[in-house]
Design a protein around this ligand. Structure first.
Ligand code: HEC
Ligand code: HEC
Length: 308
């Protein structure tokens, strides 16, 4: 039957457009790059089995808690985020989740030499040092000590985090997500009035001034980043920003594959919240086409019958 063939062709092209052409065009517009491997092969392997009890002591002795809060260990941030940004350019993140979200090898290397691990060492020198000091050890073998610190961070980390919590811990100090009312200072509070709202905005914009000066670029709002950049782009970019944007001031943050996926899934839920709705439309459109064809066919048969 010709009608069925036409229907078949329509269905075929609808599906082709949705699943074939659009993703293909996207992938062509973006540069070909090796996908993320989450291996951190440029960093050295440090294979000591750390002792969390020693790490707990070390993290205080090494001064980490002079800049970082660790809520999971009932240690609040030593300074509010805006004051911290005035001193460091950015608020040092709370370390409660670090043992879960960061790759272990990356984390050890980061503590020993932060800018090197972040791949932003080219921006710093003796005159302009990275705000977090390198860890040279507190008397023993620094590789053992750093393994103890990481073992401790792993021991206090939660077993699991939500997509948003992962985003907040990994990216939230630099990027806002306006569609989800997230600013670098946290979730937007309820305002008592216009003055209250303006005071908050002023605080955020002061934070952004410090951040911009520190990073030499303002980190973009990520609300609709998932529409501008594909999932694959984001995955590779988070794993190694320099691979896609040479000399970008966006640091490598050292997330595991699981945490990277959570961050992307969060950005997807905020920026492309209509995706599920759109996909549920496909069967409806096809159903409509089938019914329409059926009626057209019946109508045609009736017309022909009348003619004969
Ligand atoms: C003088 C303040 C200071 C001290 C001391 C300090 N940090 Fe930091 N730390 C920072 C700042 C600032 C950042 C954020 C830097 C950035 O994002 O560019 C940071 C970032 C981090 C991160 C996030 C890494 C990432 O990839 O995003 C971890 C983990 C961390 N610090 C752990 C530690 C540990 C463990 C110690 C103790 C050995 C420590 N820090 C000591 C200031 C400090
Ligand atoms: C220490 C601050 C900092 C952190 C932490 C950070 N970023 Fe960025 N990010 C930046 C800066 C600065 C830029 C702008 C870079 C530029 O213009 O060169 C940027 C740019 C970006 C871009 C835009 C890239 C493009 O195509 O232009 C994306 C996407 C992004 N970041 C995602 C993330 C995600 C996801 C995380 C968490 C996993 C994260 N960033 C963590 C500072 C940060």
């Amino acid at each position: 039957m010709r009608e069925l063939k036409i229907l078949g062709i329509l269905v075929f092209f609808t599906l082709l457009l949705y699943w074939g052409v659009e993703p293909y065009a996207r992938s062509k517009m973006e540069k070909e790059v090796a996908p993320a491997d989450f291996k951190f092969s440029d960093l050295k392997a440090i294979n000591y089995k750390g002792d969390p009890a020693k790490g707990k002591q070390l993290i205080v002795n090494a001064g980490c808690t002079g800049c970082h809060g660790i809520k999971a260990a009932k240690m609040p941030a030593p300074m509010p985020a805006d004051a911290a940004a005035a001193s460091f350019g950015v608020a040092p993140p709370d370390l409660s989740d670090a043992g879960l979200i960061y790759d272990e090898k990356y984390l050890k290397n980061f503590i020993l030499n932060p800018a090197h691990a972040m791949l932003t060492a080219m921006k710093y020198n003796a005159k302009k040092p990275f705000p977090m000091p390198q860890f040279f050890g507190v008397g023993g073998d620094k590789n053992k000590e750093v393994s103890d610190i990481v073992a401790y961070l792993k021991s206090i980390a939660p077993k699991e985090l939500s997509d948003k919590e992962t985003f907040v811990a990994a990216c939230g100090r630099c990027h806002s997500v306006k569609y989800d009312k997230w600013s670098q200072l946290g979730d937007e509070p309820k305002f008592k009035g216009e003055t209250d709202k303006l005071a908050y905005k002023l605080k955020v914009s002061k934070y952004l001034d410090h951040l911009k000066k520190y990073m030499a670029a303002t980190p973009p709002d990520l609300s609709i980043m998932i529409r501008a950049r594909s999932k694959e782009f984001l995955e590779t970019f988070i794993d190694d920003p320099q691979k896609l944007l040479k000399n970008t001031s966006m640091p490598r943050v050292g997330l595991t594959k699981e945490s990277t996926e959570k961050v992307i899934s969060y950005l997807e839920s905020v920026g492309d919240s209509k995706k599920a709705e759109r996909e549920s439309l496909i069967p409806k459109v096809i159903g409509y086409l089938i019914i329409f064809t059926l009626f057209a066919y019946l109508w045609k048969s009736k017309l022909w019958r009348e003619v004969h």
